[in-house]
Design a protein around this ligand. Structure first.
Ligand code: GDP
Ligand code: MN
Length: 401
């Protein structure tokens, strides 16, 4: 789960990482009230889960109520890279001497935590990594040992933070050790401060917060509940979650339903291999009954980009005849906007195919293998995409095969 900046800052504050005082506002008048509480000058900040808000005009300084009103009015409702602004964070504005960068992530390949610190903050770290990789100090941290204060100090020195101010260097090292505790005890996958600033009076302070929590740890954080409702989910993912499905939205045109995460991933691969692109990843798990199948089809059906649906089920404990009955019941409940291509194999596959026989049509096609089913689905999706584009030349490669 990704947190909004204001939630990330609330999280940081629990571990003593210095942030500015402020509050959230959903209306212009609330924004003025929060600004009066924070004290002028203030910064009016769009709360959307995407970087580069500053450049997009979603972050403005205001020295009085009138400016807060005009900025809040302009930012609320603004579209930033496809994210609609519904909430603002208003905080007391800081004076900035320098902008730094600090983050902690898990380096899966190294099986270690990775700290990255740079004196070049305020810009996207990917850009720094590309243009001036030496400007980023990196340290791999063994999760068993953790980050020692000495390691944190060395990291600060190596990154060249506040070179002539020992007091600020010590504060920066302290922020890093606190950030590390926030990362570990707070069960985050990512914590990032960009910019981490040096103020003209020599203090270190977090001006932005990016926090991704590890959903697998939700069971030991009842306090995360309050953030779940506000999480910025893709509409399809929200629907899927309501229905208890393990669904991840993608950008393609072939909707995918499979039983088992491995089979769902292989199905995505095969769709790619034959020139198509998956619209989603969806593992319906072991209990592929009618209700689950209907729920899965409903979610996929809400995605306007989907032009064909590929169902790939390999019966093990799940019996294919059950799945077939589920599909028949599901299509009687859900009116599908796209043709359905099925590949059913494994336990009771014969019986399953027999059940579907009388329902087969141009809109419900059964194919004997995964590859053939994928080719059919991709070809149908290509045709449908072309119809929508209104152009005859463009489309996926599917048709020529
Ligand atoms: P992002 O663009 O989405 O990463 O949003 P940030 O919260 O990082 O803000 C972008 C930029 O706005 C920062 O790099 C700062 O230069 C500027 N900014 C944010 N807060 C303040 C503030 O309190 N005072 C000043 N002077 N500038 C700020
Ligand atoms: Mn930032």
């Amino acid at each position: 789960m990704d947190l909004f900046e204001y939630q990330g800052k609330q999280y940081f504050a629990r571990w003593g990482i210095p942030t500015s005082r402020g509050g959230v506002a959903d209306t212009v008048e609330e924004a003025v009230a929060r600004a009066e509480e924070a004290g002028y000058p203030v910064v009016v900040k769009a709360q959307v889960q995407v970087g580069g808000r500053g450049k997009a005009g979603g972050i403005k300084l205001a020295s009085g109520a009138d400016e807060v009103r005009s900025h809040a009015g302009a930012i609320l409702g603004m579209d930033i890279k496809g994210h609609r602004v519904r909430r603002l964070w208003i905080e007391h504005a800081s004076d900035i001497a320098e902008e730094y960068y600090a983050s902690l992530t898990l380096d899966r390949a190294a099986k270690l935590h990775l700290a990255m610190v740079s004196s070049k903050g305020g810009v996207e770290i990917e850009q720094v990594a590309e243009e001036d990789p030496a400007a980023i100090a990196r340290l791999h941290i063994d999760p068993v040992d953790g980050l020692s204060p000495d390691q944190a100090r060395r990291l600060v020195a190596e990154a060249g933070l506040a070179p002539s101010e020992p007091g600020a260097q010590e504060e920066a090292a302290q922020v890093l050790t606190r950030l590390y505790r926030c990362f570990v005890e707070g069960d985050a996958d990512l914590v990032e401060i960009n910019p981490l600033i040096l103020t003209p009076d020599g203090h270190i302070h977090a001006l932005d917060a990016k926090v991704t929590l590890d959903d697998n740890a939700a069971f030991r954080h009842p306090e995360w509940e309050e953030w779940k409702g506000s999480a910025e989910l893709d509409e399809r993912e929200r629907l899927a979650r309501e229905r208890g499905l393990n669904y991840i939205g993608l950008d393609g045109t072939v909707g995918i339903i499979a039983n088992g995460a491995g089979l769902a991933m292989s199905t995505c691969d095969v769709v790619n291999q034959v020139g198509g692109s998956p619209a989603n990843f969806l593992d319906i798990g072991g209990g592929a009954n009618a209700a689950v199948m209907a729920a899965a089809l409903e979610v996929i059906n809400t995605d306007p980009k989907v032009a064909a649906i590929l169902v790939n089920v390999f019966g093990g404990i799940t019996r294919v005849d059950e799945v077939a009955r589920g599909i028949v019941e599901a299509i009687s409940r859900v009116e599908l906007g796209s043709p359905l291509v099925l590949r059913l194999d494994g336990t009771n596959a014969e019986e399953g195919r027999r059940i579907l026989k009388e329902h087969e049509s141009e809109r419900l096609i059964v194919r004997p293998t995964m590859l053939e089913a994928a080719r059919t689905a991709v070809s149908l999706a290509g045709d449908r995409s072309r119809e929508r584009d209104g152009s005859q030349e463009e489309g996926t490669e599917g048709r020529s095969r």
